[in-house]
Design a protein around this ligand. Structure first.
Ligand code: SF4
Ligand code: SF4
Length: 176
């Protein structure tokens, strides 16, 4: 057949030699590759028993922090939502009522605080913008799910659990 590029090659199917027909050299070569990898440092981890160390600057799931007395730090100022380039944060503010001083540190608090984790790009700008030391990106991974609604993280998933210290290991803040 005429070739426009003049680079075509006629491929000839070579007859296999006697040793190739035995397949033993090929099997032996394959085994040698396996044995070589057997003694090499493994590239994989036995997750979840073994966990990979993250870089110091790793930014994972958010946490809304409490103060030393267990009160929520967030004052629903909205600066995190304004600074979010992905428009992932939605806040509904409410006024603290008498007798709620032990729950919320400031006179205004977030009645609802939601982060759409499908939009979030984990840039950390919300953390940078927060004047109340309230929102942090932790080392925790945001859990996977097949349901999109599971990725709307409300206060139930974001607020630091009561009784945990301000900086427990799992909630290690990105910002030191
Ligand atoms: S980490 Fe970035 S993208 Fe995610 S909620 Fe905060 S500001 Fe928005
Ligand atoms: S997390 Fe911080 S920036 Fe965001 S609303 Fe609360 S106090 Fe304001």
């Amino acid at each position: 057949m005429y070739s426009l590029s003049k680079k075509s090659k006629v491929v000839v199917k070579k007859e296999m030699t006697w040793s190739e027909k035995l397949y033993l050299p090929a099997i032996f070569q394959g085994l040698m590759i396996t044995i070589r990898h057997f003694f090499k440092k493994k590239a994989t981890l036995q997750y979840p028993e073994q966990k990979k160390e993250f870089a110091a600057v790793y930014r994972g799931k958010h946490i809304l922090k409490r103060d030393e007395q267990g009160r929520e730090n967030c004052t629903a100022c909205g600066l995190c939502a304004v600074s979010c380039p992905a428009e992932a944060i939605t806040i509904v503010a409410a006024e603290r009522q008498k007798g709620e001083e032990h729950l919320y540190r400031e006179e205004k608090y977030a009645a609802s605080y939601e982060i759409n984790m499908l939009r979030c790009i984990f840039c950390g700008l919300c953390e940078e913008a927060c004047p109340k030391d309230a929102v942090y990106l932790t080392e925790e991974l945001a859990p996977a799910s097949f349901d999109r609604t599971d990725f709307i993280f409300g206060k139930d998933k974001l607020v630091q659990p009561l009784g945990t210290s301000a900086h427990p290991k799992t909630y290690k803040p990105y910002k030191k």
